[in-house]
Design a protein around this ligand. Structure first.
Ligand SMILES: [Zn+2]
Length: 184
């Protein structure tokens, strides 16, 4: 942000606030404080007969890498609806939510990922514009070395292991800090 959306001033800086411990982006002229909070990204692990719905990214960052269908939650929608919508937009597939599976934080880029387990209702091989290719991949076909972000491959690996035991946990944590809590 270059200009204050309240008064148009370019006197924007991070300033310490009296009332809390954070430096906040503040306008030096009208003193408006711009509160900035993490963004929520949500998506689905869609497993169908031992295959996983994955998409190859067409867009930055890291085009060509593979990932789970996921994207930014919009204002006015529920996190479940956002996960279903993003899966539809990126892969063309219709899915139904089964259960929450993972909540992980990426504090370096101020993002939180909420991933659900979901059931495939209808497959389509017509991906959206953000996707180069959509495929249902067996575990041996998953390009483990070419996955968009390490936490995504962590989640998928856990899912594959748990599926073999037919018992799914619930995870929260942060890939970089190595903090993962789970319950069954
Ligand atoms: Zn201002």
């Amino acid at each position: 942000m270059k200009y204050c959306s309240e008064c148009g001033s370019n006197n924007l800086r991070y300033r310490e606030q009296n009332s809390d411990s954070h430096f906040r982006l503040t306008c030096g002229d009208c003193h408006h404080v711009f509160y900035q909070n993490p963004k929520i990204i949500t998506g689905c692990i869609v497993e169908h007969e031992g295959k996983y719905l994955m998409c190859q990214r067409a867009i930055k960052p890291r085009p060509g890498t593979w990932t789970l269908p996921a994207g930014f939650m919009e204002c006015g929608e529920t996190v479940e609806a956002a996960a279903i919508r993003e899966t539809r937009e990126e892969t063309g597939a219709k899915v139904e939510i089964i259960a929450p599976y993972s909540i992980f934080s990426v504090p370096q880029i101020d993002e939180v990922y909420v991933v659900f387990r979901a059931k495939l209702i209808q497959f389509s091989d017509q991906p959206g514009p953000e996707t180069l290719k959509v495929s249902l991949l067996t575990t041996s076909e998953i390009p483990w070395d070419n996955i968009f972000y390490p936490a995504i491959s962590d989640i998928l690996k856990r899912y594959v292991e748990e599926r073999e035991q037919s018992s799914f946990g619930m995870y929260t944590g942060c890939h970089e800090n190595g903090i993962v809590h789970f319950t069954h």
